[in-house]
Design a protein. Structure first.
Length: 110
């Protein structure tokens, strides 16, 4: 049976490629955010006024997936970059330049 190289090439390059665009504004890691609005459909223990930090981004997930770090220093929630500012406000913006935290220490508790 003859191999169809165009299908193999398409599967290798286009199937795994993400079709999401990189957001124009990426909130840097170590920034502190505060919850300002909730949704009644959420099944979560977050209350209005809770403070969270933006964790280091994952190379596998990319900058569209925001990791939220609780006050104990645990990475326990993810959010998308598009709707983050709809539910949270930035309390303090970090000056961190390394999005992925490759050579940075682990985040400490707030």
């Amino acid at each position: 049976m003859k191999r169809n190289l165009s299908i193999e090439r398409a599967l290798r390059w286009h199937f795994w490629k993400r079709h999401e665009k990189t957001p124009k504004f990426i909130i840097p890691p170590r920034s502190v955010i505060r919850l300002i609005r909730t949704d009644p459909d959420w099944d979560t223990d977050l209350q209005i006024g809770d403070r969270l930090r933006i964790g280091y981004y994952s190379r596998q997930d990319g900058p569209n997936c925001v990791w939220l770090v609780d006050s104990a220093g645990n990475y326990n929630r993810t959010w998308d970059q598009k709707s983050l500012l709809d539910y949270f406000e930035i309390a303090s913006l970090s000056d961190e330049t390394d999005l992925y935290g490759l050579h940075r220490p682990v985040l400490e508790p707030l």
